[in-house]
Design a protein around this ligand. Structure first.
Ligand SMILES: O=C(O)CCC(=O)C(=O)O
Length: 208
């Protein structure tokens, strides 16, 4: 019997086709013990605000950040180059869980910790050239969310009124594939509602 590629199966069972070769799949309950996992990662990782350069000015991220990966997986965004910190034991086990679900061994992860509704992520796409030989037209991202649900919004780059809102948290996994980073941007808006902490781990492939 031939085995089906896990990504083909995820896309068939949970996928939303966005057109123009862009697709996403939202997989529920990938990490049912997500609150315990988040607490373990808060203990284990050196989470801290990151200083980025936005429109030529240094700005601190409104969230805590930690970037980890294999030694070759250097990554640049917002005017900075990030050298990966090593995989920690619990983080490596989370990567293994994402590999089981996606069939992909990602080589780095950006961890974002949103302490409350004031912590957020602005509009952007994960379209850096190091994300694969066919970036940004074919980029695979697996985004695991732990803790509270937060709204995650996608908007089409040319038709900005074309938006899709998802709730990400409680151990669900959003896989973004194909031309999603090329055609769409995404954000996690601030909210004035009281929200519990949330953590998001975006697993990426920075090819050698
Ligand atoms: O927190 C999220 O769901 C989004 C994270 C994200 O957009 C990123 O790490 O690039």
């Amino acid at each position: 019997m031939t085995s089906i590629d896990p990504l083909v199966r995820l896309r068939a069972e949970h996928g939303v086709e966005l057109g123009e070769d862009a697709w996403i799949a939202l997989v529920p309950e990938v990490m049912p013990d997500h609150a315990t996992a988040m607490a373990a990662l808060i203990d284990e990782l050196p989470l801290a605000p990151e200083s980025l350069v936005i429109f030529g000015k240094p700005v601190e991220t409104p969230r805590l950040v930690s970037f980890h990966g294999d030694p070759h997986a250097r990554y640049s965004y917002s005017g900075r180059v990030f050298d990966p910190k090593p995989w920690t034991p619990f983080l490596a086990s989370v990567r293994e869980r994402v590999r089981e679900v996606t069939g992909t061994r990602f080589d780095c992860v950006l961890v974002n910790h949103y302490r409350d509704g004031k912590d957020a992520m602005g509009w952007h796409a994960d379209d850096e050239p190091e994300l694969g030989p066919n970036a940004p037209r074919d980029v695979l991202i697996a985004s695991l969310s732990l803790g509270a649900m937060r709204r995650f919004v996608l908007r089409h780059r040319r038709r900005s009124e074309d938006k899709r809102a998802l709730e990400l948290g409680e151990g669900n996994l959003l896989v973004m594939g194909g031309a999603t980073q090329h055609r769409w941007q995404h954000c996690v808006p601030r909210t004035s509602k009281p929200v519990r902490p949330r953590m998001n781990l975006t697993f990426r492939l920075v090819r050698r």
